[in-house]
Design a protein around this ligand. Sequence first.
Ligand code: NAP
Length: 331
Amino acid sequence: MFALQKRHTFALPTSAKELIEITDTEQLGELRYTPDTWILGEGSNTIFAADYAGQVLVNKLRGMVIEEADNAWLVRVAAGENWHDLVVKLVHDGMPGFENLALIPGSVGAAPVQNIGAYGVEIATFIDSVNVYDLKQHRQFSLSNAECEFGYRNSIFKRSEYAHWLITAVQFRLPKEWLANLTYPDLAVLPQQASARDVMEHVIQVRNAKLPNPNELANAGSFFKNPIVSKEQYAALAEQHQDMPVYPVSESHVKLAAGWLIDKAGLKALRIGDIGVHSRQALVLVNHGRGTGEQLRALAGEIIREIKRIYGVDLEPEVRVLGSSGLIAWQ
Ligand code: NAP
């Protein structure tokens, strides 16, 4: 048995039957894929809610190559590198673009999986291609940006039929022509001529003030995705909730703020055992120390049911929560 508490930032005291750290691509050819294989980076978007009966592969591949093209920087990074360290390095070395995405926990390989985004920037904008190792057929290939099927906190890598694809590296393209993206309210206080370094430092400051540090209070960032609903559904909701925040997504759909829904539903103080809703950000669930997988399932289930009952809106976890043999189904 391999302890998982320190392998995922929600820090539940669970274990895995098998665990292998991948530090060299040479190891990949030796691996035996089983349907209960789970690929892990730094465990900031996966929660092991029960003892896992399968094998966990921890991606620890390291390395980075930077090339200069006429109009852009081409950056190839191994999947096991730390995301925030990459952001800091590139901004400090004069290759801006990722500054709004500072302090997102996790590895580089996890970034395309859920198309990480913050403060109006999504990583999909910068991804040229993703290198994959197919653990079933034992072959390597590369997926173009379009082939990754990026969506809102989503990509082809989240689909269960591709669970045997291990991301080995990501190729980013950072255009040299750069403009600060200050569209979100938290960044609007900065002047338009702010440097990428200014933006990054501000993002770090805001995130540190609002979001719990997983090293101090175990959490996995936003637990739920912001729900996307039709404009008709929103119009009906807005009649009853005039102050409900809403953001455009497409001609037909809008995005609601899940944190606002949870807060207004009076669920911010909700706590079951040692699992609770974070006091400053209702979108984040926290483990106060001795939480269990059962408590987490009960609390998240209660939130999903209440939001459906009050607003008729389906909340969907952004975090991937695993039971003993695979992903937990919430609906
Ligand atoms: P916030 O500024 O309090 O805003 C609440 C929500 O409203 C956000 O989730 C954001 O959606 C949306 N929003 C705000 N301004 C918007 C705009 N101008 N256009 C479109 N949507 C807008 O959010 P927060 O909790 O402090 O988070 C700030 C940013 O960091 C957000 O982008 C958030 O997604 C990101 N973040 C992500 C995680 C994670 O674990 N995935 C954790 C913490 C923060 P979006 O989420 O779609 O941006």
